[in-house]
Design a protein around this ligand. Structure first.
Ligand code: NAG
Ligand code: NAG
Ligand code: NAG
Length: 455
C-alpha cells in the first residue's frame, strides 16, 4: 500500500496505491456489478496465504548471461546521481553517469523467452530500475527531446511484461513486492524483518518509505484471508454465516486501523523534503509531451503504457469537481481501474473476480440489521484511512512543492530554473488532492446510515 509512492510528479507519475487499497474498494464498496464466479481461491491468482501479493520466496538473482543486467544495476546504485540535481556532489557523479549509460547501450540483447515466472519478475524489476536510472541520470536538456530507451532494455522489458501481464515500466511491484527480502535471511519476511534489494537514491528515506509500504502490504494479508473465507460461504444469508461475517468485518476494522497507524508513522522514518527532491523524481515515467520515452526496437512503442500509473490520470483529474458528483464517482472508479494495469496480470484477475463475487457485502448489509453496523464501522475505518492518506499526500507532495531545492542558494536556483520548463509544474498538488477527495467521497457515499448518525 504505497499511499504516497503514488504521489505524482508532473502532474501524475507513479501513483501506485498498492494492492490493498484496491482490495478494500472492491470488497467493501462493491463498486462493480456482481456476476457469478466459480470457487474463489487466492492461490489460483498467485496470491499467497502467508505473503499475500509478495512472492512466496524472495526472488533469486538472475544468473548466467542475465548477470550482466544485475551487475550494471549494482554499479549504478550510489554512483549515479539524479540528472536534475544541481548540487556539486551530484554533478561530480555526472561523468561516471555518462560512462555507465554508454555501458548500458552496449549491453547485448538477451532473449527472455525461457525464463521461469520468478525470474521474469526479477527481470522486470532489474530492467525497470535500469531504465529509470538511465533516463533520470541524464541532465535535463535545454529543449525537451524524446528519450530513447536502448533496444537492449526496451525489447526485453516489453517481452517480460507481456508474459507477466503488467505494464513495461517501473511499478509498485518493482519497488516493493519484488524488491523485498528478509533483513535476516534465516527468518521469514515479517513486519520487523524486511529490507530492500535496490533503491535509486541510496537514502534511508527511500528505503524506509518502501519498507512502510511493505509492512502495510504484509499486515493487509489478513484481509485477503477474511475475503477468502467469505467467498467460500455457501449461504451468505444464513444466520450463523451472517454473524460470522459481522465478526469478520470487525476484524477487518482492526486491520484497517493498523494500516492507518502504519501509514501515519511513515513520517517518523521517511523525510518528506528528501522524498520530494531526492527520491520521487527517480520514479517518473514517460511524459506525454516532447520529452516522452521511445522504446527503441519496439514497433508498438507509441501505444505502450509508459507513463507509469499516472499517464491517463491527468485527464480525469482535470475533469474532476470537488463536490461529490457522478463525475467524481467515475473519476474514482476509473482511477482504480486504470491503476490495475500496473499490477501483474494474475493480481488484476484476482481483483476483477473479487469485485464480481456473487454477493457483495454491501448489498447483504443493506438487508441485514446484524451486518449493517459492522459494515458501517468498516466504512468509517476506511474513511479514516483515506483521510490519513490525504494528509500524508499533502505533507509529502503539496507542501513540499513549495520548498526550495536542496543545496546552496545558487544550486537551488539552478535546479528551479530547469524545472520550471517541465509541463504542469506546480499543479500536481491540486490534482492529488482532488483525486484523494474523490476517494474519500466514495467512502462517505457507501455508508448505510448518514454520517451524522454514526458515532
Ligand atoms: C560504486 O560505488 C561503490 C561504493 O559505493 C564502489 O565500491 C564501486 O566500486 C562503485 N562501482 C563503480 C563501477 O564505480
Ligand atoms: C520478444 O518476443 C518476441 C515475440 O514473442 C520474440 O519473437 C522475440 O524473439 C523476443 N525477443 C527477445 C529479445 O526476447
Ligand atoms: C535483521 C532483523 O530485522 N531481524 C528481525 C527479523 O524478524 C524477527 C521477528 O520477526 C526479529 O526478531 C529480528 O530482529
Amino acid at each position: 500500500m504505497s499511499f504516497i509512492s503514488g504521489l505524482p510528479h508532473r502532474p501524475f507519475s507513479y501513483f501506485s496505491v498498492g494492492h490493498f487499497f484496491q482490495v478494500l474498494n472492491a470488497v467493501v464498496l462493491g463498486l462493480e456489478s456482481p456476476e457469478t464466479t466459480a470457487d474463489f481461491k487466492m492461490e489460483d491468482y498467485n496470491v499467497d496465504y502467508a505473503t499475500g501479493f509478495f512472492p512466496q520466496q524472495p526472488l533469486p538473482r538472475l544468473s548466467g548471461e542475465f548477470e550482466l543486467w544485475e551487475n550494471v544495476l549494482d554499479d549504478a546504485e550510489g554512483n549515479i546521481s539524479l540528472g536534475e540535481d544541481t548540487r556539486e556532489s551530484a554533478k561530480a557523479k555526472r561523468p561516471y553517469g555518462e560512462i555507465w549509460r554508454q555501458r548500458v547501450r552496449n549491453l547485448p540483447l538477451l532473449n527472455t523467452d525461457h525464463l521461469a515466472e520468478c525470474l521474469l519478475q526479477r527481470a522486470h524489476m532489474v530492467l525497470a530500475f535500469l531504465i529509470n536510472f538511465y533516463v533520470h541520470s541524464q541532465p535535463p536538456n535545454a529543449s525537451p527531446t524524446p528519450i530513447h530507451i536502448p533496444e537492449c532494455l526496451a525489447i526485453p522489458i516489453v517481452n517480460v511484461s507481456r508474459e507477466l501481464g503488467i505494464a513495461p515500466v517501473l511499478t509498485f511491484a518493482d519497488t516493493v513486492l519484488w524488491n523485498a527480502k528478509p533483513a535476516d535471511s534465516q527468518l521469514p519476511m515479517s513486519a520487523n524483518n524486511i529490507s530492500l534489494v535496490h533503491t535509486f537514491s541510496s537514502t534511508d528515506t527511500e528505503r524506509n518509505y518502501h519498507i512502510v509500504s511493505a509492512k502495510a502490504e504484509l499486515r493487509g494479508v489478513e484481509i485477503l484471508r477474511i475475503i477468502e473465507d467469505y467467498a467460500q460461504l455457501s449461504d451468505v444469508a444464513d444466520l450463523h454465516t451472517v454473524s460470522k461475517t459481522a465478526r469478520d468485518l470487525r476484524r477487518l476494522v482492526t486491520v484497517v486501523q493498523d494500516l492507518t497507524d502504519i501509514m501515519q508513522n511513515v513520517k517518523d522514518t521517511a523525510d518528506p523534503y528528501g522524498f520530494y527532491w531526492e527520491v520521487r523524481p527517480w520514479f517518473r515515467g514517460s511524459d506525454c509531451g516532447a520529452s516522452r520515452w521511445i522504446y527503441d526496437g519496439v514497433p508498438e512503442s507509441d501505444s505502450l503504457d509508459l507513463g507509469g500509473p499516472s499517464a491517463g490520470q491527468s485527464t480525469t483529474a482535470r475533469q474532476e469537481v470537488p463536490a461529490p458528483s457522478e463525475e467524481n464517482k467515475k473519476a474514482d472508479r476509473g482511477f482504480m481501474e486504470r491503476m490495475r494495469r500496473y499490477m501483474p496480470g494474475s493480481h488484476q484477475a484476482y481483483l476483477r473476480d473479487l469485485a464480481a463475487l456473487p454477493v457483495p457485502i454491501r448489498s447483504l448489509a443493506k438487508t441485514s440489521p446484524l451486518l449493517r453496523e459492522s459494515y458501517d464501522l468498516a466504512i468509517l475505518a476506511l474513511k479514516k484511512f483515506r483521510d490519513m492518506h490525504m494528509r500524508i499526500a499533502c505533507l509529502y507532495i503539496i507542501s513540499m512543492a513549495k520548498t526550495t531545492p536542496p543545496g546552496t542558494p545558487e544550486e537551488g536556483l539552478e535546479r528551479q530554473g530547469t524545472q520550471q520548463k517541465g509541463p504542469a509544474k506546480g499543479t500536481g498538488g491540486s490534482h492529488v488532492s482532488s483525486l484523494l477527495k474523490a476517494g474519500r467521497d466514495a467512502t462517505n457515499r457507501a455508508l448505510l446510515k448518514p454520517p451524522s448518525m454514526t458515532p
